[in-house]
Design a protein around this ligand. Structure first.
Ligand SMILES: Nc1ncnc2c1ncn2[C@@H]1O[C@H](COP(=O)(O)OP(=O)(O)OP(=O)(O)O)[C@@H](O)[C@H]1O
Ligand SMILES: [Zn+2]
Ligand SMILES: [Zn+2]
Length: 870
């Protein structure tokens, strides 16, 4: 397999065939993963005697009328019962031995076994779609040491070869590169298959799998401004568009410009005709569509101005530890919000690239990445690529190939990027490691990128850095606990001036590194808690407390910017009738519908946040006909409406999954905000994840209560993380910040911890509770999720399974119980929770047997270490 003139197989195969799981060649049946349009899956083939195959090899197999590439997955003792033996076809050949580097193959196997998932499902997430189907088997003359095609051996014909072999050799020698597709040779030469085998045996030719050619580079329209004066012939609208373009330096992608201005292409055509702009097709590397940098260049790091920063002493101490690590180690970088963790990452990666190594940077959500990607790109230029599931197949494929070149590079991606096939990995960074989006709930494997990253670091023998201002309790216990119990006597970590570290000698070694202060010793913002019960008692019926109202007014006066955090998107969480109390519900799920009202003239809709069912908002109650329908609970839209009513001069941008649905929307909205086109950013969870906007001085939490009262054992931890993170967006620049948290339960321990910036005391109290109840990080959980369109069958099956589970000490079986929302998308859901001490693991049931208890209509997902219990 060759790409860019480099042998792919030599890159990704460390030691071909050495440490694959040793499955003995006792069976003649093998399951092969075939992946092409029209047929994707695991198929059973017969192994001819003369072929030696190991799992992980690339084979060529007949499929319909084609010959396709496939990955050997595992040997089986017999073909599936429904497949008559005479119908089983033979593996045609081995194309590439050890396609996967052995440690990568080992990683996939570990994921499969820990998450009780068939290996094929794991390979599926690791490989870009359609890889095998699009690849082509080729035959070539071997290269000599100078990488030139070795033609000498065959300049005269070799009499001991069969005629097919001679003909093939002749064809290859006549061709400049000595290289043909196997399909071509088969058309040209009779018995080409035997001929090729014969030549391969004698080492006269090689067989390899060539991935598809890069599809035509993607072209995208760019708008370029020409001429600087605006004449009278312009409408106001046209002038606006030009103004935006000018403010952005005179060049923008057309799609982006249209999005910012909410304009149509016709306006650009007119401007082009009038000679103000030109529209040009430009080539974009699909992996690198990040032009232009966020903002006007004064806020974000841009190539022109980005410089390695002089580190604070805590940063440089942390960096020193990280850069001196040898081999595998797990590092918790616990830095308060705005302490400059990203700068540590950047400087830790920099020397690696020089040594020919690559780095993997995992982030929670793609909404976060425009800023982070810009920073990395500013530092490392085109060595940076982005890999996440929202990429198109083509983009994913390009990036995947780019990684396999082995060039030292930095890959930034979301959880699935933990499988990015980077050879020569020197460092893995998992930023905002506490974030639950690193966990996949479905489909299987229900992996946690942090767990997989730990294995990967071990197998690649490189460090893993887990960064957070609010570390997860899991990480805290595995890395930070010891240092923490020591420093508990220290008054408060925030007053420690030096970073502290501790090495715990276990395998792999762990390090706790702390950045207890913000850069330039900027203070963490004071947090004011407002008791909304008192507001109401004192006659304030607005959703904004008096305190928040005056802060918003101040914001306007001082021309500063702020963020308003709301727990939910949409307008209201439910709509009900004032006359009869009827609540509008989703016909498919057991939840109420949320009211959505997107724009001035858009139709008002009711939407289900679980299955996305939508309907128009009724004029009157479907039950009693009363016209008085009332909205309860406030989402982002409602808050936006209230803002518009109470603060008409305040310009705001809504930042939630409703407004960031289109590609590039995150970037566009943030750019507008950075450029001062709005005073306030109003949004959900998305705001909490790593945004670095120095001009933000005010953060308001409209209602903390929605976060506090979720019914699972992690809700306090999660609430504190979210609130601390959102509070941490304030006061990151020169102006000090302030935070206002509105709540009906100001005495809640989470609220107190946010107010005092005291994460550690909270952790201790929380850990004690977890330990008492044997919840993670002390005990382990496995959640069996059952669902079916048939309510009776799923309940019965849940009962059957629960009864069949082994009972022994140390294994608690909770349930079966209906899920907290029984029906979603017309499927009824039941669950069984297994809780056990890690040592109980070997006595877990045989999941295959458990699966057999499920009738066809009931599906079972085994969620290992579940985070989301709904
Ligand atoms: N040594 C330094 N000197 C000056 N500025 C710095 C330094 N280190 C980082 N910064 C700047 O401080 C700001 C905050 O840094 P960064 O975004 O990395 O914080 P963080 O620790 O990741 O915060 P959070 O956890 O809240 O996302 C950034 O604008 C960054 O450019
Ligand atoms: Zn009614
Ligand atoms: Zn629904």
């Amino acid at each position: 397999m060759y790409m860019n003139g480099v042998s792919l197989s030599s890159l990704i195969v460390a030691e071909p065939g050495q440490s694959y799981q040793s499955e003995k060649l006792v069976n003649r049946w093998i399951e092969v993963l075939v992946d092409c349009p029209g047929g994707s899956g695991l198929y059973t083939y017969r192994l001819p005697d003369h072929l030696e195959v190991k799992p992980g090899d690339i084979l060529s197999v007949p499929f319909g009328t084609q010959l396709l590439g496939g990955i050997a997955i595992r040997f089986v003792t017999q073909p599936p019962v429904d497949l008559p033996i005479e119908k089983v076809r033979n593996v045609e050949d081995v194309v590439s031995v050890g396609f996967f580097a052995s440690n990568y193959w080992e990683l996939l196997n570990r994921v499969a076994s820990y998450y009780y998932t068939p290996l094929i499902q794991v390979i599926r997430i690791a490989l870009p779609p359609g890889l095998l189907g699009r690849s082509q088997r080729r035959i070539r003359l071997p290269k000599n040491d100078n990488n030139e095609t070795n033609l000498s051996s065959g300049s005269s014909s070799l009499p001991f070869l069969s005629s097919a072999a001679q003909q093939i050799l002749k064809l290859l020698q006549a061709q400049a590169d000595g290289d043909y597709s196997f399909a071509y040779l088969q058309r040209q030469v009779k018995a080409a298959y035997q001929g090729v085998r014969e030549l391969q045996r004698r080492g006269l030719v090689e067989s390899y799998l060539e991935p598809p050619q890069l599809t035509r580079p993607k072209q995208q329209k760019a708008v370029i401004m020409i001429g600087a004066t605006f004449e009278r012939d312009l409408t106001i609208r046209q002038r606006e568009v030009l103004e935006v373009l000018r403010r952005r330096g005179g060049e923008l992608w057309q799609s982006e410009l249209l999005q910012i201005c909410s304009a149509s292409t016709s306006i650009l055509k007119t401007l082009e005709q009038k000679g103000y702009i030109i529209i040009q097709e430009r080539e974009v590397l699909r992996t690198a569509a990040v032009f232009p940098p966020l903002g006007d260049g004064t806020q974000a790091d841009t190539p022109a101005m980005d410089m390695t920063k002089i580190l604070t002493s805590a940063q440089s101490e942390a960096l020193g530890v990280i850069t001196h690590l040898e081999g595998c180690a797990i590092v918790l970088l616990h830095g308060v919000t705005g302490s400059g963790k990203t700068e540590v990452y950047l400087q830790a990666i920099s020397p690696l690239l020089g040594k020919g190594k690559s780095a993997l940077v995992l982030v929670p959500e793609i909404g976060l990445t425009p800023q982070l990607t810009d920073r990395f790109r500013a530092r490392f230029g085109n060595k940076v690529s982005v890999y996440h599931s929202a990429l198109s197949d083509g983009e994913r494929y390009d990036t995947w190939r780019q990684m396999l070149t082995g060039e030292p590079q930095v890959v930034i991606g979301t959880r699935s990027a933990v499988f990015a096939p980077l050879p020569n990995l020197g460092l893995i960074i998992l930023d905002e490691e506490h974030d639950s989006s690193f966990k996949q709930d479905s489909p299987i494997p229900t992996y946690h990128a942090r767990t997989v990253a730990g294995w990967r670091a071990e197998l690649e023998n490189c460090p893993l850095v887990l960064g957070s201002a609010t570390p997860s309790l899991e990480t805290w216990v595995s890395v930070g606990e010891q240092i923490n119990s020591k420093s508990r006597s220290v008054a408060s970590v925030a007053t420690q001036s030096q970073s502290s570290k501790l090495e715990i000698t276990s395998t792999p070694p762990t390090h706790y590194l702390s950045l207890p202060e913000r850069v330039y010793s900027r203070p963490l913002p004071p947090v004011e808690v407002v008791d909304m019960r008192l507001e109401l008692q004192q006659g304030n019926r607005s959703i904004f407390s008096r305190s928040l109202q005056s802060a918003l007014e101040q914001l306007l006066e001082r021309r500063q910017q702020g963020i308003l955090f709301i727990h939910r998107r949409g307008h209201s969480t439910f709509v009900s009738c004032r006359s009869c109390g009827y609540v509008l519900e989703c016909p498919n799920c057991d939840v109420s519908l949320s009211y959505h009202h997107t724009e001035e003239n858009a139709p008002q809709t009711l939407r289900c946040h679980y299955c996305n069912f939508g309907r128009s908002h009724p004029q009157s109650c479907p039950e009693c006909g009363s016209p008085y329908l009332k909205f309860f609970g406030s989402g982002t839209q409602r808050v936006a409406q209230e803002l518009a009513k109470q603060f008409p001069q305040l310009r705001f941008i809504r930042f939630d999954s409703d407004t960031t649905r289109t590609k590039g929307a995150h970037r566009t909205l943030l750019t507008q905000f950075v450029n001062g086109e709005a005073d306030l950013l109003v949004g959900t969870q998305m705001l909490t994840k790593g945004l670095d906007l120095p001009q933000v001085t005010l953060v308001g939490v409209v209602a903390a209560d929605g976060l506090l009262h979720l019914s699972d054992y992690r809700s306090s931890e999660r609430a504190l993380q979210t609130l601390t993170q959102v509070a941490g967006r304030a006061g990151r620049g020169e102006e000090p910040g302030r935070v206002i948290v509105q709540t009906y339960t100001p005495e809640h321990s989470v609220i107190e911890a946010v107010q005092n910036h005291d994460y550690q005391s909270f952790i201790h109290a929380e850990l004690e509770q977890r330990q008492a109840l044997n919840y993670p990080p002390y005990g382990r959980l496995i959640l069996l999720r059952l669902s079916s369109p048939d309510p009776i069958q799923v309940e019965n099956t849940a009962g059957l399974i629960a009864a069949a589970l082994p009972t022994h000490e140390g294994l608690d079986i909770l349930g079966p119980a209906p899920a907290s929302i029984l029906r979603v998308a017309n499927r009824y859901r039941w669950q069984i929770l297994l809780k056990f001490a890690p040592s109980a693991l070997p006595q877990l049931p045989d999941w295959e047997e458990v699966r057999q208890l499920c009738p066809g209509s009931v599906s079972l997902t085994i969620d290992v270490d579940p985070l989301n219990m709904i």
